[in-house]
Unconditional design. Structure first.
Length: 378
């Protein structure tokens, strides 16, 4: 390593007087680390200031976050309290109540599909609670799908026309991957319920429009007995939307259901719908009387989807019911011939309460109790 060259000393005569502050600086520079320490101290002080500033900012940020969290919690609590005040919307929960619909056991549950249409009419299924007294005549949702399976058919849509939700749990239909639609349709005057027919038409139109070509999925339609309300809406749709003759539609429905339409006002209304569309019925009164329709339906009715055992149970029940009615009529006729009108009342109608019958436990008024106490009046 080459030796450092020493600088020549400045001659004394050439040296000038050095200012005092430079002399002090020179004295201070005698310690080579003096400036470095001062710089470090300054840096440390600046870092401390920065740390203090960061801590202040962190406190401000934390305070804002806590405040925001408290605000959110308060808002959530407020929403929760508001929700608690409002009634909670419950999911549909089926509950059977009331009695079995009148005449339900008198009708076969289901026939078959109406030829040339997707419609299958049937009476309302009933949950087991309603048919405990007639186990051989039961017809619930599971039985409905079992009937379709037995016939090699399947449902894509079921339209419920009853005016209540209590007969069966409609969720069971959806669980079988079948669409369910409810139209609350009152009985006896369906021909006047234009809004219900429009709803029925829209539902059927939508289903048919979205079915793939070649699909044979059926549209099940039911009211309480699967006859009058069902028959009117289905037949009207067949006449107005599918081009059926009114007479042919009514008879085709009867053959599929196994029973003719019962309400003459519905039959008359369907005839008028056909006439508005230009159809003519010169011999309507004779051909479409109830007795003639009943005969035509029985002669050419479609084979039912029901199993033979259930059909036999219904036939046996109807035979016993007819025998019971016949026995009552016979007793009434004999009593009438004998001049005993009370026997007719006993058989054909419930006993009426006599006007002077005392009802046990009935409370008497104040004067009645006094009379009973002092006059021994019971």
């Amino acid at each position: 390593m080459p030796a450092l060259e020493e600088k020549p000393a400045i001659p004394a005569e050439n040296a000038k007087e050095i200012p005092a502050d430079l002399v002090l600086q020179k004295e201070n520079n005698d310690d080579p680390h003096a400036n470095t320490l001062e710089e470090i101290v300054n840096i440390v002080e600046k870092v401390a200031d920065i740390v203090t500033c960061v801590e202040s900012l962190e406190k401000m940020r934390t305070g804002a976050a806590i405040s925001k969290e408290n605000t959110t919690e308060n808002a959530a609590e407020a929403v929760t309290e508001e929700q608690q005040k409002q009634p909670v919307k419950k999911e549909f929960e089926y509950r059977a109540y009331g009695s079995r619909p009148d005449g339900w056991v008198d009708y076969l549950p289901i026939g078959g599909a109406i030829e040339g249409t997707p419609f299958v009419p049937f009476k309302t299924p009933l949950t087991a609670q309603y048919t405990q007294a007639f186990p051989g005549l039961k017809f619930d949702v599971e039985d409905l799908f079992e009937c379709a399976k037995r016939a090699g058919e399947c449902f894509g849509l079921i339209i419920d026309l009853t005016f209540t939700w209590r007969y069966y749990n409609h969720v069971l239909i959806k669980n079988n991957h079948v669409a369910y639609r409810k139209i609350k349709c009152g009985g006896h005057n369906v021909e006047e319920q234009e809004e219900n027919y429009n709803a029925f038409k829209n539902i059927v139109d939508f289903f048919r429009a979205n079915e793939r070509e070649g699909s044979n999925r059926r549209i099940g339609v039911h009211c309480t007995h699967g006859l009058n309300r069902t028959g009117f809406l289905v037949c009207r749709y067949m006449i107005e939307e599918m081009g059926w003759n009114a007479k042919d539609a009514i008879l085709a429905f009867g053959r599929a259901r196994g029973l003719p339409l019962e309400r003459e006002n519905y039959v008359k209304s369907l005839k008028e719908i056909g006439e508005r569309l230009g159809q003519e019925f010169p011999e309507w009164d004779e051909e479409m009387s109830f007795e003639n329709r009943k005969r035509l339906v029985q002669e050419s009715k479609i084979e039912s989807w029901l199993d033979k055992e259930t059909i036999a149970n219904y036939e046996a029940f109807r035979a016993s019911r007819a025998a019971e009615v016949g026995a009552r009529e016979t007793v009434g006729s004999v009593a009438l011939a004998a001049g005993d009108s009370t026997a007719i009342k006993t058989v054909d109608m419930p006993q009426e309460k006599p006007a002077d019958l005392k009802i046990p436990g009935k409370k008497k008024g104040f004067f009645g109790r006094m009379r009973a106490l002092f006059c021994n009046v019971q």
